[in-house]
Structures are given as structure tokens and as C-alpha cells.
Design a protein around this ligand. Sequence first.
Ligand SMILES: Nc1ncnc2c1ncn2[C@@H]1O[C@H](COP(=O)(O)OP(=O)(O)OP(=O)(O)O)[C@@H](O)[C@H]1O
Ligand SMILES: O=C(O)c1ccc[n+]([C@@H]2O[C@H](COP(=O)([O-])O)[C@@H](O)[C@H]2O)c1
Length: 215
Amino acid sequence: MLRVYYGGSFDPVHNGHLAVARAARDGLQAEVWLVPAADPPHKAKTHAPAAVRAELLALAVAGEPSLHVERCELQRSGPSYTVDTLTALRADLGAQAPLAWLVGSDALLQLHTWHRWQSLFALAHVVVVQRPDATLDAARLRQQAPAVLAEISQRWLPPDALQDSPAGGFCLLTLPTLRPESSTELRRRIAAGEPWRDWVPEAVADRIEALKLYR
Ligand SMILES: Nc1ncnc2c1ncn2[C@@H]1O[C@H](COP(=O)(O)OP(=O)(O)OP(=O)(O)O)[C@@H](O)[C@H]1O
Ligand SMILES: O=C(O)c1ccc[n+]([C@@H]2O[C@H](COP(=O)([O-])O)[C@@H](O)[C@H]2O)c1
């Protein structure tokens, strides 16, 4: 069965992330692992320790069929490069296991700036989840990331084909409904004392309050 890894800062996790993970699970018939980045390479800093972000993620997916937390990035020091994570997962799971790395469509425009980005396709399929009000903007990709467009245009696969090969494909999934949440806005609301609890599962909200996070 296809294994999908969904990396993020998850600082903190919110219902938008869970909608993305569920869309991948249901659209690809896959097991999905959310991968908290210990040290996200493109973020200046995080606002809660990696172990706490991972704990909130575990609360968020508890009881959710086929959603899990993969903590391997917490065991490494230095920037949490995806190529290193996929290399380790591939070593554990074997050369033939079908693996995919999931990113938001905003991240696709930056993919060419990732550490050894072209090696990612030898290790996993790449899946992009986009908002329902957007389509993959080829003109923007051509202008901002022509190397990414060239790479993915040879790799396009339909969702049900990903499980038939270990790596190397590119697939686009669309979220069923628009999700307005972002961790940045969630942290702002918590700090400002504005309503925020319905943006996260109840157990996550209770833990954020108990630990007095993001105030
Ligand atoms: N509301 C959302 N709808 C669709 N995709 C989302 C949403 N929120 C986050 N994502 C996607 O999830 C991935 C990981 O997100 P990340 O942990 O950076 O959260 P974020 O909410 O975007 O955080 P921040 O506001 O701190 O940048 C990104 O690729 C992003 O595109
Ligand atoms: O490997 C890289 O160079 C790289 C650069 C930027 C982002 N990533 C990964 O992309 C995921 C989303 O990152 P972010 O900053 O949107 O939370 C997370 O798993 C990061 O580790 C990875």
C-alpha cells in the first residue's frame, strides 16, 4: 500500500492540515504519516519545541483511521532536509515500497530551492495538494520555477497509479473544501485572546491551554 509522508512545521497543527492529510488518505487510498520538522529549513524559527509540536500532532490524529505521526526528524540535528528524511525512510522500508512526499501548492513554487531537490524524485513520488479555488498555475511555475515545471511535466501520474511504482511520479490532488486556517493566524489569535479553539481538535486545544503555548 502507498505510504504518504506529509511534512510541516505544524506550529501548531490545525484543521486545515488534517483536511490535507484526509484528502491524501482518501484520494490516494493511502496510509498517511504527518512528519513534524524539528528544524524547518525555510523557517527562521519555530514557536514551540519540536517534541511539543509532535505531541499536539499525535493528539490531533488519535482515533483517525490511517493517519499517523512520524517522528524521525526529531532524532536528527541540523536542518530537517526532506531528502535526508526520505533517504532514511527508504532505507527502512526497502527499494520497492511505494512512497510519496506531500506538499502544499505554495511549496511547489519553492521546490527548486530545497536541498538536493532533484534527488527527491528518486526516493518518492511528489504529491501536491491544492486549494479548491486554485489550479496549478503553469504560467506562474514557468516564470518562478521553470526547473520544477520541467521536472514535473515528465512525471505526471493519476492518483491510482502511484501505488504501482516506488517513486518518481508527480500527482495533483484538490482539497474537497477550502480551508482558511494557517498556523500563523492561529498563533496570532491565541496571543491576542481571540477565538481560536474551533480551528483545532478539542484535545489539541486543551493541551495548548494546559501548556500555555503561543501566548
Ligand atoms: N489551510 C490550509 N489549506 C491547505 N493547505 C494547507 C493549509 N495550511 C497549511 N497547508 C499546507 O500544509 C503544509 C505544512 O504547513 P505548515 O506546517 O507550514 O503550516 P502553515 O499553517 O502553512 O504554517 P505557517 O502559517 O506558520 O506558515 C504546507 O505545505 C501548506 O501548504
Ligand atoms: O529539504 C528542504 O530543503 C526543505 C525546504 C523547505 C521545506 N521543507 C519541508 O517542507 C515541509 C513544509 O515546510 P514548512 O516550512 O512549510 O513547514 C517540511 O517538512 C519541511 O521540512 C524541506
